[in-house]
Design a protein around this ligand. Structure first.
Ligand code: GLN
Length: 507
């Protein structure tokens, strides 16, 4: 059982198993456990166990996934470009060689590589959480009457506001200071900070989220630009009425000084990927609509003035901090956190950007990968449930019968087999021919549909072609078949094969 957990990426320290291990500790190693005792031990986690044993986890082949992640990690580790942030001594002193990658899926499968237990300062990566808190407290309209939702196209602490005199978005300094002004404004700063920290503990499902006092003191001492931003916003009447500027800034510096590790940040990212539901505690920390808004902004504004490029190349919501941390969200699948302190000219970790590039080169994770057909070299590590797969086959057959080639294409990209069969063993090509869908017939045949696949009555699409009312289909298939025969003859000369791509056996 333990090796099954490991294979699936379930950690022995998984909090969902804590009770079971405690129950198990009553037995000694030599005890033979009966079935009913086993049921007692795991009584609370039975459905979780079934999920693991049946391998219904979101990344089913976790061994292969882990191998690929480890190889990306090793490749990226070779890079030593960039400079550590030096505006405060606490960041300047961090070992530039530190490197950690943590991944957590929405089912709680984990990978932790390198310095994943080391504490790091979250800096700007606190901004999405503060934005979510402000949204849940006040709603979208109120929050965005004080903050825009456009990328600024400038650096994160640029002294600039949008045409309405508001900060461009909540993920740069001005907008994050504004978000702070909206979080529990009537409480003391101590209680406001507790409120934020409690939320962090919930999203990470961890108690090891702390505060780095020296970072906080340094941030406060070198805060001229953040003060300038705040005064500039006050001059433009951007703050909610009654905002205390000094207290708001103090609160902002405290949030940037939160300290944790990549292990926890990956869980935070997984909670975002899971629509606000923490995979370990099952607690709904944020509403799904809040997460949707937050991820939209992370997608367009999360990576400083590299956000447009990141969205173009990587196509995933992410947030960066000057400590060299980046967390990335693959919605409905997993969260990733990368930490490496050397930064590029935009303030993003060089290794983290490289890691993300390699990641989307290897896996079908880019937002719009599903639109592109020829990407056989990329892997989709996600689970396709059996009923989901059966549903997709039905959809493919229906799309073929309707002649909807665009939808056929999109289903094929998502991995549905072009020769899959319905309950009567009819293939999409059978249906397209019967319904006289000329374009769909052409598309299916050109993409490898088998003209000789037999249905439960022994009829193949070629038989349907012969009986078809559509002259266009008849003549196209007739003209096309010899071409296939010719190419497959050539091919069979080389390979000795007797069967063509469509299954037409050579005479
Ligand atoms: N504390 C930093 C600041 O406000 C945060 C910067 C960052 O991570 N981009 O300047």
């Amino acid at each position: 059982m333990i090796s099954c957990f490991k294979k699936r990426g379930i950690s022995m320290k998984d909090p969902r198993l804590a009770k079971a291990w405690k129950n198990l500790s009553q037995y000694s190693k030599s005890d033979k456990i009966s079935l009913s005792q086993f049921q007692d031990i795991f009584s609370h986690e039975f459905s979780f166990l079934e999920h693991i044993a049946g391998n219904h986890l979101v990344v089913p082949d976790f061994v292969d996934f882990r191998e690929k992640i480890e190889s990306i990690y090793s490749k990226v580790e070779q890079c030593h470009d960039g400079e550590v942030a030096s505006y405060i001594p606490q960041l300047a002193r961090v070992d530039p060689e530190k490197f950690a990658v943590s991944i957590c899926t929405i089912d709680g499968q984990v990978i932790n590589l390198g310095d994943f237990d080391e504490l790091l300062c979250v800096q700007s990566s606190c901004k999405p959480i503060n934005y979510c808190l402000a949204l849940e407290e006040h709603g979208l309209e109120k929050v965005h009457s004080h903050i825009g939702h456009e990328p600024s196209g400038q650096s994160f602490n640029e002294l600039s506001l949008n045409s309405k005199g508001l900060p461009h978005n909540p993920l740069i300094n001005s907008g994050a200071i504004m978000a702070c002004s909206l979080i529990k404004p009537n409480l003391s700063i101590a209680d406001r900070f507790d409120h934020v920290l409690t939320t962090w503990k919930k999203v990470t499902n961890s108690t090891s989220v702390g505060f780095n006092n020296s970072v906080y003191l340094s941030e406060r001492e070198t805060a001229d630009r953040n003060y300038a931003l705040a005064y500039f916003m006050r001059e433009n009447n951007a703050f909610p009425e009654g905002t205390n500027l000094e207290k708001t800034l103090e609160f902002y510096f405290q949030c940037c000084s939160i300290e944790t590790n990549t292990k926890n940040l990956a869980v935070l990212a997984a909670t975002l990927a899971n629509g606000g539901l923490n995979p370990f505690s099952n607690e709904k920390v944020f509403e799904s609509s809040t997460i949707k808004n937050c991820l939209s902004l992370m997608n367009s504004c999360g990576m400083y003035d590299y956000s447009g490029e990141f969205s173009f190349h990587i196509g995933l919501p992410a947030k960066s901090g000057v400590s060299g941390v980046v967390y990335v969200v693959v919605p409905n699948t997993l969260g990733i956190c990368i930490w490496s302190p050397r930064l590029d000219k935009h303030g993003n970790s060089v290794r983290a950007i490289q890691f993300c590039k390699e990641l989307t080169k290897t896996f079908l994770f880019h937002n719009y990968d599903s639109l592109v057909t020829e990407q056989q070299d990329k892997i989709n590590p996600r689970l396709v449930e059996e009923h989901e797969a059966a549903g997709k086959v039905q959809q493919l057959c229906y799309a073929a019968a309707r002649g909807d080639t665009q939808y056929i294409q999109s289903l094929l990209i998502r991995g549905v087999d072009i020769n899959s069969k319905d309950y009567d063993k009819r293939t999409p090509l059978h249906l397209a021919v019967c319904e006289g869908q000329f374009e769909a017939v052409k598309y299916l045949i050109l993409h490898g549909a088998d003209l000789l696949a037999k249905d439960r009555w022994g009829r193949c699409p070629l038989d349907e072609v012969k009986d078809s009312q559509s002259q266009a289909i008849k003549s196209w298939v007739k003209a096309w078949s010899p071409k296939v025969k010719a190419t497959s003859k050539e091919r069979s000369k080389k390979t000795g094969s007797k069967k063509s791509r469509t299954g037409i056996v050579e005479a």
